[in-house]
Design a protein around this ligand. Structure first.
Ligand code: CO
Length: 441
């Protein structure tokens, strides 16, 4: 699947995971149910597991015992800044105008959400016979449904000098006009019910978010750029998946049994600090890997202690934490570090920070730069301008529980956390090749 199709079919985290699942199923991966015992695993097994429908780990098991080989792991995140629909969201205004109550998710550039044809996506929980296990249905309303209208410049002459926006007042999307003003309550539930073809009374709750219905597209003199929502971090999710599926690896190579085990870990909630059961701060990855070591030791008939092998696995592993970076911006060159100017189209960017916001150190950077070199891919470096605080990402959060050697890297974008970010088509090809070298080389 190409990046544009992947982005268009993945308006929010839940849909991104569903899109990944489809690709994995088509490639012969089986789904591990973590409520069941992990049965025997054999070299070459391809499996995946999901958590909360919004996080996914895919694993391609190698021939070597995990304690000996460790894993080669690529991490990325599937959530992006957006607005979450609040409970009881309908607000009836004069003359039958209905808007929806929302709250901000993550660090969006809010002004970019004005005047866009928006819609809803996420998951809906339905009543089932078991109160502890409601039924989950994904919702992706594809047609434009909502809009957050800007205020005319005539009412705000300072608009181009910078405007302070209120999340609660300025950012509420308008849903429409109703004739029967008594029926505005429960309007959204009725809408969801009709889209899912279920009874509104059976909807127990939902995790629904706004997204921009404008599709991703190529742009530029030579179509060298991509303009899309959620490049951060779905472009890295896409690249990790292409590498896991062996899309740019020779067919003989994908049929050979590899020695090393490859893991692709897609986490949720990076944009809110990763501190959830489906985020990078969760013990879930560690638990799955521990179970894998135990199952593999048993399957291979090894007599070594699986607890010891688990710790050996960690020491023998290498992590690539892949999250987008800031590319040098033609209008804001002064925001960058004086001597490091990573550009769009210049290849993957290794991110390093003295305050250790990134997991990269000289060892991790050395490994990743050599992988790029072997893949024939250029690479670049990012450090913050020393007077400008930068962002953070997954790598450090994950390595606080699983102390892998590793690197923080990502492709460059302009306008990170805008409703539409700009990236490079060439960089996507480069990073897929680099990740494929890391997994298969
Ligand atoms: Co990110």
């Amino acid at each position: 699947m190409n990046l544009i199709d992947f982005l268009n079919s993945s308006p929010v985290n839940y849909l991104a995971v569903a899109t990944l699942e489809e690709q994995l199923q088509a490639a012969g991966f089986y789904k591990f149910d973590p409520t069941k015992p992990m049965l025997d695993v054999k070299p070459g097994d391809k499996l995946y597991v999901t958590k909360n429908d919004s996080s996914l780990y895919a694993i391609r098991l190698g021939s070597m015992p995990l304690g000996e080989s460790g894993i080669r792991i690529i991490c990325a995140h599937c959530d992006s800044p957006t607005f979450r629909i609040k409970p009881n969201p309908e607000i009836l205004m004069e003359k039958g105008f209905v808007k929806l109550n929302t709250e901000l998710y993550g660090g969006a550039i809010m002004s970019t959400w004005f005047d866009r044809p928006l819609s809803l996506a996420g998951r809906v929980m339905l009543r089932s016979s078991d109160p502890l296990h409601p039924q989950t249905r994904l919702l992706h309303i594809k047609e434009p449904l909502l809009i957050i209208p800007n205020l005319a410049i005539h009412f705000n002459r300072q608009v181009n000098d910078g405007v302070k926006l209120s999340k609660q007042k300025d950012m509420l999307p308008v849903l429409g006009i109703i004739n029967d003003q008594l029926s505005y309550n429960g309007l959204l539930l009725k809408l969801i019910a009709s889209h899912l073809d279920v009874a509104a009374e059976d909807i127990l709750d939902f995790d629904l978010y706004l997204y921009d219905t404008t599709p991703a597209c190529e742009v530029g003199l030579q179509k060298e750029f991509i303009s899309a929502g959620r490049l951060d971090d779905l472009s890295m999710v896409h690249a990790g998946m292409q590498a896991m599926l062996g899309e740019v690896v020779s067919e003989e190579k994908t049929k050979e049994l590899q020695r090393q085990t490859m893991v692709l870990a897609i986490f949720d909630n990076e944009e809110t600090g990763s501190g959830t059961k489906q985020g990078a701060g969760s013990p879930f990855l560690s638990q799955v890997l521990r179970r894998l070591v135990i199952a593999q030791n048993r399957s291979l008939g090894l007599n070594s202690d699986p607890r010891d092998d688990f710790y050996r696995m960690i020491e023998n592993s290498f992590m690539v934490s892949a999250d987008n970076a800031h590319a040098w911006h033609p209008n804001y060159g002064e925001k960058m570090d004086p001597t490091n100017h990573p550009v769009l189209g210049g290849g993957p960017i290794i991110k390093v920070n003295a305050a250790q916001k990134y997991a990269t150190d000289a060892d991790g950077a050395a490994v990743f730069s050599e992988i790029c070199h072997r893949a024939g891919v250029p690479y670049q470096r990012f450090v913050n301008h020393s007077d400008i605080a930068g962002g953070s990402t997954l790598g450090n959060i994950l390595t606080s529980s699983l102390p892998f050697r590793g690197v923080d890297m990502g492709n460059g974008v302009w306008g990170m956390h805008s409703i539409r970010e700009t990236g490079s088509i060439k960089d996507q090809e480069y990073v897929i090749r680099a990740f494929s070298e890391f997994f298969w080389g």
